[in-house]
Ligand binder design. Sequence first.
Ligand SMILES: [Zn+2]
Length: 281
Amino acid sequence: MPELPEVEVVRRGLAEWVTGREIASAEVLHPRAIRRHLPGAHEFAARLRGRLVKSAERRGKYLWLPLSGPEEALLAHLGMSGQLLVVDPAAPPEKHLRVRLRFADGGPDLRFVDQRTFGHVMLTRLAGGVPEPIAHIAPDPFEGSFDEVRFATALRAKKTEIKRALLDQSLISGVGNIYADEALWLARLHWARPTQTLTRPKIAELVAAVREVMGAALQQGGTSFDSLYVNVNGESGYFDRSLEVYGRRELPCSRCGTPIRREPFMNRSSYYCPKCQRRPR
Ligand SMILES: [Zn+2]
């Protein structure tokens, strides 16, 4: 599943390839891909036609393209296997092509391809520059509007395990399972540590760790364990060598040599070093 760094790589590709272009047509090839766009495919296509893409934005794992005209945007979530591809309009349709945008300049299409169709696109109003359906989601740690003091206060008040809090989109968005484990390792925190026991300096250290692990992945073009994931130009973003704990069960911790442990967590896994990340009593 794409995580924030992969989605940011896609956003940068969209900003480069799609900004400033006029949408000539939108074709929906699978109704499930626009299931959240309640007025349906015909309305979706009619409202997109003739509008300019103003920029490419992101919050957490959501992407959106603000459009000319009314304060609206094309909002996308890639789900498990979604891809936004910039493709030669003469190229044959991809096997799992769901939505196709053609542009008035006759240049590359923007195609939404999604094998498992957990992803979706929709046209939505913007409220304060953010799409209405995601206005309740907290800023991610790379946004200028991310407020560290507010985050620390909300985190302590939540009284939950720290990893659950990192995955809670109402507190902080964009941190998935992989980067939560990596950031907790870097900050030497066990995943089950109660948030109310964290000091403000420790929370600041954790936020810095989140930024560091995701920033490093971003520089490498994103981390992904899903071979279906490719970035906006169809180039694989697969990269895993920098991971310290995730997927490294029984391998030695690079800090202390202790074998990494894996424990079940919310139908998934948590990886941690039992020596560097002491279990809370
Ligand atoms: Zn260790």
